[in-house]
Design a protein. Structure first.
Length: 306
């Protein structure tokens, strides 16, 4: 029996663990990935908005977090696959068969990139379906590529890819780009970028790697087939809450609803970081929420043990 089980070792989970350790709680962190850090592992741009630190990449910031975590006494299990969670009982069952039990549970599972779910998207991952415009633009230099999405991430990636690619087609289902004005204006001004609004990507096709796509434009009877060598999808994120489905109060998009103390609709079950923060997902917010949950848990346990 642990005092606290924390699910997820991104910034929120690590901050909660650090604070739980600081406050003398017996803490176990369960992380599905092979290393800690969550989304920071995929942040290739500098992170200069976390107080007190300037990091050249997310990984650099993650390395600082990981080093600090290693100095602490809490247990951390990586590559731990959770089969099920009984939220009210605070019982976590792993695929390996182990069953873990705690007095308090902290959900710090963050968010993942939303997929379109179209044909070819998974099949051509790493073979033309790109993970990052910044990292992979050289691999598609001189080629025609497609970016899907209309927000900041899509616009930023279209601009990055336009620096090396022959052409970039930006496909967005809305009527206008939702990206911030600075990005949207630069996209419109870039002669290598063509924007298709009210359009959706329907299919990605190819052999060894991506060769073409089918796009459906509003009002068109037939999909338009385009030859491209790269496809990058940036259509937002979704919370990792499947394990808790039906057990906790969530909003219409699946984000866990919490109180000011980070507590969910189940007593002594807390949610911290992006998984419960659709409006302002940041490293600072995640770290702060982790600290809040830990302090609340510690004071409740202290009161109950008096
Ligand atoms: C490209 C990009 C740039 C960004 N730039 C900035 C920036 O400049 N400044 C800033 O403040 N923020 C930035 N962010 C956002 C920031 O990375 C997030 O707000 C932060 O990582 C959220 O931390 P988190 O711990 O809540 O979630 P995450 O980082 O998503 O971590 C969640 C962790 O939970 C694990 N997990 C999920 N499901 C399970 C499960 N079932 N079992 C076990 N473990 C599980 C995941 O593997 C992951 O390790 C950026 C994000 C991206 C993608």
């Amino acid at each position: 029996m642990h005092d606290v089980i924390i699910i997820g070792a991104g910034p929120a989970g690590l901050s909660a663990a650090l604070w739980c350790d600081e406050l003398g709680l017996d803490t176990l962190v369960v992380e599905q990935a092979s290393e800690v850090g969550g989304q920071l592992l995929r942040v290739y741009n500098p992170v200069e908005n976390y107080l007190g630190v300037r990091a050249a990449t997310g990984r650099e910031l993650r390395d600082l977090f990981a080093a600090q975590a290693e100095e602490r006494d809490f247990d951390l299990w990586t590559e731990a696959e959770i089969e099920s969670v009984d939220v009210r009982a605070k019982r976590v069952r792993l695929r390996s068969g182990e069953e873990l039990q705690s007095i308090a549970l902290v959900i710090a599972t963050g968010v993942r990139r939303r997929r379109l779910g179209v044909e070819g998207e998974k099949e051509f991952e790493g073979r033309g379906v790109l993970e990052s415009g910044r990292l992979e633009r050289e691999s598609v230099a001189g080629e025609d590529v497609l970016v899907v999405g209309g927000g900041d991430a899509a616009a930023e990636n279209a601009l990055l890819l336009a620096e090396t690619c022959a052409t970039v087609t930006l496909v967005h289902r809305g009527k206008t780009l939702g990206a911030r004005a600075e990005f949207a204006e630069r996209v419109r001004a870039d002669h290598r970028i063509t924007v298709f609004t009210e359009a959706t990507l329907e299919r990605i096709m190819g052999g060894e790697r991506v060769e073409s796509v089918e796009i459906r434009r509003a009002g068109a009877l037939k999909p338009l087939r385009m030859a491209v060598r790269g496809v990058l999808v940036r259509v937002g994120v979704e919370p990792n809450t499947e394990l808790f489905a039906g057990q906790l109060h969530t909003d219409e998009r699946g984000y866990v609803v919490v109180t000011g103390e980070q507590e969910t609709s189940a007593e002594m079950v807390f949610a911290v970081g992006d998984v419960s923060n659709p409006l302002a997902p940041t490293v600072s917010g995640a770290a702060g929420a982790g600290a809040t949950a830990a302090k609340v848990i510690a004071s409740r346990l202290k009161a109950s043990r008096k």
